[in-house]
Each structure stands twice: as C-alpha cells, then as structure tokens.
Design a protein around this ligand. Structure first.
Ligand code: PGA
Length: 287
C-alpha cells in the first residue's frame, strides 16, 4: 500500500478471474488449432475466463478449434479468442494492418499497447488510446498493457510512469462504456500490468509490488472517473508467468489473473496456471 493512499475499494460483485495467453509470433494456421484445443481441454476449470491470442493468420483456426464443447468448463465457460493488436481506424490505406470491424466473427478480445509493440512499432499512449476506443466501438474487449522499464523502477518512478500511461491511454475513454458487460459477465476493459523488465526474462515482479501497482492503477482509474475508484476493472499481472510463479500473484486480492506469454504455448503450464486461477475464482465466488 502506498502511504496516504486509500485502501482499494471492495467491489460489490467479485471481479472475474482472467487468464489470457499471448502467443506472440508463434504458431501457424496448420498447428495453432491443435494447440488451442489441447490447451482448452486441459484447462476446463470453472470460473476462469480463458482467452487465447494467436497471430492474426491463426485466428480462424483457433476459433474453429475451440468452437465445440470439448474445451468447455463444467460451468459452461469456453475458450475465447483475442487478437494481439488492432488499428484505430475502421478501414483505409494502411498496408498490413487489421481493423476492429475486420475481427468480427474471429475474435472478441484484443490486446492493445503491448510493450513489444511500443518498442518495435513505436506505439505511443495516444495511439494506443485510439485503439482502445476503436475496439470498444466494435464490441471488442480490450486488454490494455502498461508497465515500466527497469531503469524507471530502479529510479523509483514506476508508479508515476504507469499512472501517466493509464491517463494518456484512457483519458478520452468514457468510463461508463468501459465497465462490466453485465449480460455477458465480461469486462470491456482489463488492464495488464507488465513490467517491461519481467517480459520474457524469467524474472517476475514481486507479488506485493504488482499489488501495489494494481492499487495505484485503480486510483488513477478513479481519478479518470471510473465508477467505484476503478474497483470493477480487472487487473492482470504479466511478465514471465508460469505455473510455478502464478500463485504469488493470485494470492493478492488486487490481482485478477495473468497475461501469459511464453508459458501460454505449453499445455502443461497453462493447465497449472488455470488450475491455480480456479482456486481464486472459487474463493471469490464463496465470499
Ligand atoms: P512472458 O510474456 O510471459 O513470455 O514474459 C508476457 C507478455 O508479453 O504478455
């Protein structure tokens, strides 16, 4: 807890637990479907929203592979499909990009602002904010990624950097449109806190640091006008999450799941991660 900061608001309904897998630039249309089905059948845990985000060219294969009941959890939850990025404009002369309306029927989630796109495609918070609006305009649920660089954390600036990212990405968003999609029991907005130095490095943040950041992100959401001080927005941790590492994060009430990169390509790892997430979902449902 940050000195002087109010404790995180306790929501009336428990926040959903979300495990999202970001396959990055891995798999082909020939093998993605089988991997998705294998992961899906091994993660049939009640109460956990599972999202797989394959490359664009594999979206149709993954959608088809998870379309039947073999991946459904006993409570009826299936595997949902997400895209790894989206263009802010609906159509136009933008070679190589994919827009939100093009994803209709292929994906119901999108990742926006992943640090690898910030780094490799020069994405700014302003651009990412426009992507979030475009996604919502086309009924796609966004996983917005934020996180500090190592030197920013070492300089004691992590909270300030992430506060700025959240403000600049969501400053133009109408909070009333980014709460829970009550009918579907899904959030329109989920935030993934991914410290850049923890992504793909095998070095995770500490659970307590991630929880401190989640509290700070919710304080920023509250300042932006999100209801109940942002209490309804799920916040995931991302960065070298594995079956062995997940428990430390899900032990924190402020953390609602994980955005998993490398380990999301391994069915064994995903089975362990989703099993642990199921314990959190069950405990929340019981309170
Ligand atoms: P990682 O990636 O789990 O391989 O560190 C996480 C992410 O980039 O979302």
């Amino acid at each position: 807890m940050i000195p002087g900061m109010a404790p995180a608001f306790r929501p009336a309904a428990p926040r959903p637990v979300v495990i999202a897998g970001n396959w990055k630039m891995h798999t082909t249309p020939a093998d993605a479907g089988e991997l998705a089905r294998t992961i899906g059948t091994r993660t049939r845990v009640p109460g956990v929203i599972r999202v797989l985000c394959p490359p664009f060219v594999c979206l149709a294969a993954v959608r088809d592979a998870v379309a039947d009941d073999s991946v459904r959890a006993p409570d009826g939850l299936g595997v949902e499909v997400g895209a790894q990025d989206v263009h802010p404009e609906p159509a136009g002369a933008f070679t190589g990009w994919t827009s939100a309306p093009m994803l209709a029927g292929l994906a119901s989630w999108v990742i926006a602002g992943h640090s690898e796109r910030r780094r490799d495609a020069g994405e700014t918070d302003e651009l990412i904010g426009r992507k979030v609006l475009a996604a919502r305009a086309h009924d796609l649920r966004t996983i917005l990624c934020v996180g500090e660089q190592l030197e920013e954390r070492e300089a004691g600036r992590a909270l300030e950097v992430v506060d700025r990212q959240v403000r600049d990405c969501l400053g133009d968003a109408d909070p009333a449109r980014f709460g829970m999609d009550e009918g579907a029991g899904r959030p329109w907005l989920t935030i993934a806190y991914e410290p850049v130095w923890a992504i793909g490095t095998g070095r995770t943040a500490r659970g307590s640091d991630a929880a401190e950041m989640a509290d700070a992100i919710r304080a920023t959401l509250g300042a932006l006008g999100f209801p109940n001080g942002g209490a309804g927005v799920p916040i995931l941790y991302g960065g070298s999450v594995t079956a062995a590492a997940i428990a430390e994060f899900l032990a924190e009430p402020a953390i609602d799941g994980a955005l998993v990169g490398g380990a999301s390509l391994k069915a064994d790892e995903m089975a362990g991660i989703v099993a642990r997430a199921g314990l959190t979902a069950a405990a929340r449902a019981a309170t």
